[in-house]
Ligand binder design. Structure first.
Ligand SMILES: [Fe+2]
Length: 273
C-alpha cells in the first residue's frame, strides 16, 4: 500500500499569494499532478491540516476544486489555520466525516493499513492539544481493531524539532497521547504536519514524522531564539509505503523535473566507468 501525505497548503481565496509571495494554490496543484503521475499508483492521500491560510469559507471554496483533482481517495484533518465549522461544511460530502461535530476524528477501513485521523486543533490558538474526549475517542477506536496495523495522522507533532518558535506551538499534551499509544501496539506510524519541514523521530518504539511542504518551508533555524520566517525549499511530499513485511517506510518525493534517471550499468552489464 502506498500513501502520499500533503500538508499545510495554506490556500487563499482568489489565487491571492500567501504572505505576499507564495502562490500556494499553484504549488498545491503541482503537488497533486505529481501524486497523480507517480508510478506505481498511489492508493490514497492524507492531508494533514492548514488546508487554508485563514480558515475562511471562500478559502475552502478555493481549495476544494484543487483537491478534487486527486485521482485517488483523500482524507483531511484540520490544522490551526482552519476554522473547524467551515472545514466540516466544506467537506460535508465526505462520508468519513459524517459523525464529526465537536472534533474531526475518524478511522478509514478497507486498506491493509488502518488510517486514523486526529484533530489536534484548538479554536483560535496556534498550538495543538488533545482534549480528554478526543483521547477517549482514540483509545476506543484503537480498542476496536487491536490487530489491525494502524497509521495515525494529525496536524500538530507530539515531539520537539529544535525549531524553537514552532516547538512552543506543537502538541502540548504529547504525554497523554503516548500513554494511550502504550496500550495499542498496532500503531505503526504517526504522520504530522504543522512545521512545514520534513522531520522524523522515534518515541517509545513508535516512528513519527512531519511531512515536507509542497509550498513554503519553515526556515531550518535551530538557534534558540530564531525568528519565525520561511524559505522556498524544493517542494516535496512524503510517501508512506506499507509493505508485506509489516513496516511503514517513508520517502520524500521532490516535485519538479530533475536530471536523470541515468543507468548505473552499460548494455553489456558492466558498471559505467
Ligand atoms: Fe501551516
Amino acid at each position: 500500500m502506498l500513501l502520499a501525505q500533503i500538508t499545510d497548503p495554506h490556500v487563499k481565496a482568489n489565487r491571492q499569494l500567501a504572505y505576499g509571495r507564495v502562490d500556494t494554490a499553484a504549488l498545491l496543484d503541482s503537488a497533486i499532478q505529481h501524486i497523480n503521475a507517480f508510478t506505481p499508483s498511489i492508493d490514497a492521500v492524507i492531508v494533514s491540516g492548514d488546508l487554508t491560510d485563514r480558515g475562511r469559507v471562500e478559502e475552502f471554496a478555493a481549495i476544494r476544486p484543487i483537491l478534487d483533482g486527486l485521482a485517488m481517495p483523500w482524507y483531511v484533518v484540520p490544522g490551526n489555520h482552519d476554522q473547524r465549522e467551515n472545514f466540516i461544511k466544506a467537506f460535508a460530502d465526505h462520508d468519513y466525516l459524517a459523525d464529526c461535530a465537536d472534533f474531526v476524528q475518524y478511522a478509514v477501513e478497507g486498506y491493509p493499513l488502518r488510517l486514523v485521523g486526529l484533530d489536534t486543533s484548538v479554536a483560535g490558538q496556534p498550538h495543538g492539544f488533545l482534549s480528554r474526549d478526543r483521547l477517549t475517542w482514540l483509545d476506543r477506536c484503537l480498542q476496536d481493531e487491536p490487530r489491525k496495523p494502524t497509521l495515525l495522522f494529525m496536524h500538530h507533532p507530539p515531539f520537539i524539532t529544535g525549531i524553537g518558535h514552532m516547538d512552543v506551538q506543537n502538541l502540548l499534551n504529547a504525554q497523554d497521547l503516548f500513554e494511550i499509544l502504550d496500550r495499542h501496539a498496532q500503531v505503526r506510524h504517526v504522520a504530522c504536519g504543522h512545521v512545514h519541514r520534513a522531520s522524523e523521530t522515534c518515541i517509545n518504539g513508535i516512528a513519527l514524522s512531519i511531512a515536507p511542504n509542497s509550498a513554503h518551508a519553515v526556515t531550518l533555524d535551530m538557534e534558540p531564539d530564531g525568528p519565525s520566517t520561511f524559505t522556498m525549499d524544493p517542494p516535496a511530499v512524503r510517501l508512506l509505503r506499507y509493505g508485506d513485511d509489516g513496516n511503514v517506510v517513508t520517502h520524500l518525493s521532490f516535485i519538479g523535473t530533475f536530471d536523470g534517471p541515468h543507468p548505473f550499468f552499460a548494455a553489456d552489464g558492466s558498471l559505467v566507468d
